[in-house]
Design a protein around this ligand. Structure first.
Ligand code: NAD
Length: 265
């Protein structure tokens, strides 16, 4: 089995990875070879750190490998294992056929200065004005005018991203078995002059939301990546054709994760 690791940049995480490498090298029951990058096509990518590390890992390695998260900080939403459980994890690797949980992504096409670029996110796309003034964007659903948004920004989240930034703006939590995207508002202006729906919208597969941007410069976030884009004409989002595959060696149902993360561990 070819294994790659992606680490959070701290000493404790590096120490956990070192321990894991030693244990896997001494593993008699299964040959594990560590690989360095995507060109070597790892079967399994181990993200050691937090949710942000996992987001980095999926953008580095893409849709081919299976992912496992080991959290070295507070409980991560995407991570299943704690550093004290490395022996248990290796035992599972040797003896258990994992369940593969496939998480939908957000797929987007950004048209700026006449050039269209394809992007994707596991958690969400976030759009804000690049300066402190309001973002203004026409919102079209399946090609039909829906509203004109004025406010701080808009989030288009995946189901697994629904518990991240989307949740902080009161969006709904969506189970990852539901192939959908969710459009949520960040501080919309609603008064006698301006009006938005002021609720999150959940769109099924094959539906499309298009944001026609009025600001000359916007800040575009895709998971951890953030950049200023100029002359953006439109951003179109739908459920991605590719999913991120997580190898689950033990049962940790989604609603259990939600409870552990937000109510009680
Ligand atoms: P970070 O270090 O600022 O951490 C953000 C927090 O979000 C961490 O506690 C992380 O564990 C949590 N998180 C990330 N993905 C999650 C998910 N799918 N479900 C539940 N919690 C999740 O940033 P980071 O670690 O680089 O993570 C990037 C993510 O931060 C973005 O994708 C965005 O969702 C989130 N974010 C949240 C807010 C907010 O809640 N107000 C604001 C900005 C960004």
């Amino acid at each position: 089995m070819k294994i790659a690791t992606v680490l959070r940049n701290d000493d404790y995480t590096r120490e956990v990875e070192e321990r894991l490498r030693e244990k896997l090298s001494a593993n008699q029951e299964r040959t594990c070879r560590f690989v360095k990058d995507v060109s070597e096509h790892p079967d399994l990518v181990l993200s050691i750190g937090g949710d942000g590390t996992l987001l980095e890992a999926v953008h580095e390695y893409g849709f081919e490998p299976h992912y496992v998260g080991i959290h070295t900080g507070h409980l991560g939403f995407y991570a299943d294992w704690r550093p004290e459980e490395l022996d248990e994890f290796i035992h599972a690797l040797n003896h258990i056929t994992p369940l593969i949980a496939e998480y939908p992504t957000v797929q987007c096409r950004v048209t700026a200065a006449g050039v269209t670029t394809s992007k994707w996110a596991l958690n969400e796309l976030v759009i804000r004005n690049a300066s402190l003034s309001t973002l203004v964007a026409r919102v079209l659903i399946n090609g039909e005018e829906f509203e004109t948004f004025r406010g701080d920004g808009l989030i288009v989240s995946s189901p697994s991203g629904s518990t991240a930034y989307n949740k902080a703006v009161d969006g709904a939590i969506v189970h990852p078995s539901i192939e959908a995207i969710q459009l949520s508002e960040i501080a919309s202006i609603n008064n006698q002059t301006y009006r938005t729906i002021d609720s999150s919208l959940v769109l099924p597969k094959h539906h499309e939301v298009e944001l026609i941007v009025k600001n000359p410069k916007i800040m575009l976030g895709l998971d951890r990546e953030q950049a200023v884009w100029k002359d953006v004409q439109s951003i179109t989002c739908r459920v991605g054709t590719d999913k991120v595959k997580f190898a689950r060696y033990r049962k940790l149902p989604f609603w259990g994760r939600v409870r552990k993360a937000f109510i009680t561990d």
